[in-house]
Design a protein around this ligand. Structure first.
Ligand SMILES: *[C@@H]1O[C@H](CO)[C@@H](O)[C@H](O)[C@H]1NC(C)=O
Ligand SMILES: *[C@@H]1O[C@H](CO)[C@@H](O)[C@H](O)[C@H]1NC(C)=O
Length: 545
């Protein structure tokens, strides 16, 4: 039999492929988007569809529905720019039938970009800590839920995360025994982080500061160099975001969205309006949720290998400093996941490196495997739940299976409720509206998808309302519907919660204890323990006369 020798190149390609496949699978399973993503997603939509000449800006979504604070366009412009070649290629192959396919390709492109960031970190880990650590790192990352799930989602944190990864790569990519990064490595990493903090996510300043302090303390950068790097990169980043965003928001005075966001949220204390969590929340709730079994693993990794501790000091300080702010979200600290996973890989290598023949070998191998399997089980479950969690996207998909321009001759004017708009009914899913991208879709069909907020039931269903169809989140009383000439066409079901049915578990255990030969059917029965409820969330209504 001929065997192909497994080279380092094969292993690297397989690992990178695994990461890409994981990220793309998450996009394919949950192609719809949530409200957090909509600013950047719609900005990509508008840049692709309208361009950004002075005249086309007035059509942009952000001018019609501005949010609470302006946000930067730089990430979206970059994403539409790098998505254009894949879009043209897919369109050439005839893969794009409507706008929704464009959304999927844009998200796939973003996921590929983020995979690139991850692969660089993996390579640096392999170089510094050895090949097997690179493998553990990949396996651990792919087994977790949040990062891979969010890698293809257009939130500013993901744009920033790419830059944080690049900086981690730069700092870490050195020989196993070098004690500290060089001054050039430090300056480069610090400039990139400054850009990420100034343009995308201000909270990264709290990561940057401990990192600079660490570099100063271990003499890997001098104070004058640090100051020069910081000031130059800060000024350049500010100039870029101010010039681009002042133009896009058509602001009368120079606009720096991220700075304005910080002033609004932190200094005026507005973020507290979104809710305040106790100081320990990041440590007791969000880090465990993000890392799953990566938590015990990274503690072991840190204890085992002193080299692993260096990149973690700024990460711990960052989470500590962020804990001082009242409002907390897991997205605010996602940047430390790749860094903790480096330590987690160290933990895995602790379990897997024990020789199999030794007394502890098999046990420690089993333990390491079990920790990964726990992650996988949680990830499978979360993925399953999240695929059902986009009622707005599902509603528009069902709407288009009920009505299309061939069967529905009169112009359609459908109102989309707030819940639907926030759970997947993005501009890309409004496939029969103008504008259409580059020869895709019919230019003579122009349905109106109206997401005007705050309309009363009378304004929606009254005789003088302009709507032909409604997607509502509260079903009006039957009598009102009948009187005003509307009918319910379809109820859209979506995720409504989880029921734990412990009595099913008890029953299985009891039946096996009575008759061990029933173990297989008892195992089958376990599926009923966790019951995911689907509930009617949205209704599609049609005017009948
Ligand atoms: C950064 O790296 C992590 C893991 O190291 C990966 O999951 C993530 O997608 C990367 N993010 C970006 C934006 O490249
Ligand atoms: C959307 O509905 C509102 C309220 O009826 C209406 O004022 C507005 O003109 C509609 N938008 C379009 C584009 O028709």
């Amino acid at each position: 039999m001929k065997t192909v020798p497994l080279t380092g190149l094969h292993v690297n390609l397989a690992l990178d492929g695994l990461i890409l496949a994981t990220a793309w699978l998450h996009v394919a399973l949950a192609p719809y988007t949530k409200v957090e993503e909509s600013f950047n997603l719609h900005a990509v939509h508008d840049v692709l569809m309208y361009g950004f000449g002075k005249d086309s800006l007035k059509n942009h979504d952000h001018n019609i529905f501005p949010g609470a604070v302006p946000r930067t366009f730089i990430g979206s412009i970059f994403l539409s720019w790098i998505s254009t070649p894949p879009l043209q290629f897919a369109s050439h192959l005839g893969l794009i039938e409507n706008k929704f396919h464009i959304q999927v390709i844009v998200r796939i492109t973003l996921a590929a970009l983020n995979t690139l960031g991850l692969c660089l970190v993996r390579r640096a880990v392999s170089n510094r800590f050895g090949r097997s650590m690179g493998i553990y790192y990949t396996v651990l990352t792919c087994s977790q839920f949040h990062l891979p799930f969010w890698m293809g989602r257009t939130v500013p944190n993901m744009f920033a995360l790419f830059l944080v990864n690049i900086s981690t790569y730069i700092l870490l990519n050195r020989a196993p025994h070098s004690r500290k990064p060089s001054s050039t490595q430090n300056s480069l990493a610090i400039s990139i982080l400054t850009f990420a903090a100034a343009v995308f996510r201000g909270e990264l300043a709290l990561y940057l500061a401990p990192l600079c302090l660490q570099a100063l303390l271990n003499h890997s950068i001098s104070l004058p160099t640090l100051l020069k790097t910081g000031i130059i990169s800060g000024l350049l980043s500010a100039a870029l975001t101010i010039s681009v965003d002042t133009y896009f928001w058509n602001a009368p005075t120079p606009l720096w969205p991220e700075l304005q966001g910080i002033l609004f949220n932190v200094l005026q204390g507005k973020s507290a309006d979104w809710g305040v969590s106790p100081p320990h929340t990041y440590f007791t709730s969000f880090l465990p949720k993000l890392l799953l079994s990566g938590i015990p693993l990274s503690l072991i990794g840190m204890w085992k290998d002193p080299r692993i501790r260096d990149p973690l000091y700024p990460a711990w300080s960052f989470v500590g400093l962020m804990s001082l702010l009242g409002h907390k979200e897991w997205r605010f600290i996602i940047y430390v996941v790749p860094i903790f996973n480096i330590a987690g890989a160290g933990g895995l290598s602790f379990f897997f490196a024990v020789p199999k023949k030794s007394r502890w070998g098999p046990i420690s191998f089993l333990l390491g495997t079990a920790l990964i399997l726990v992650n996988l089980a949680i990830t499978l479950f979360s993925t399953f739940v999240s695929t059902a969690n986009y009622p707005g996207g599902a509603a528009l998909q069902q709407f288009h299976s009920l009505y299309n321009p061939h069967t529905t001759k009169s112009p359609v004017h459908v109102h989309i409720s707030n819940l639907a708009a926030q759970t997947g009914a993005s501009l890309f899913t409004q496939i029969y509206s103008q504008p259409q991208w580059d020869g895709i879709g019919d230019r003579n069909v122009n349905w109106v998808y109206n997401k005007t907020e705050g309309l009363s039931l009378a304004e929606l269903t009254g005789y003088s309302s302009p709507f032909t169809h409604l997607i509502v989140e509260e079903l009006p009383p039957k009598s009102v519907l009948r009187r005003r000439g509307w009918k319910v066409v379809r109820a859209v079901r979506a995720y409504g919660g989880v029921n734990l049915r412990l009595e099913v578990l008890e029953e299985s255990v009891r039946s096996v204890l009575k008759d061990p030969s029933l173990v297989y059917s008892a195992f089958e029965g376990l599926k009923g323990v966790v019951n995911v409820r689907r509930e009617e969330k949205l209704w599609i209504l049609e005017r009948i006369e």
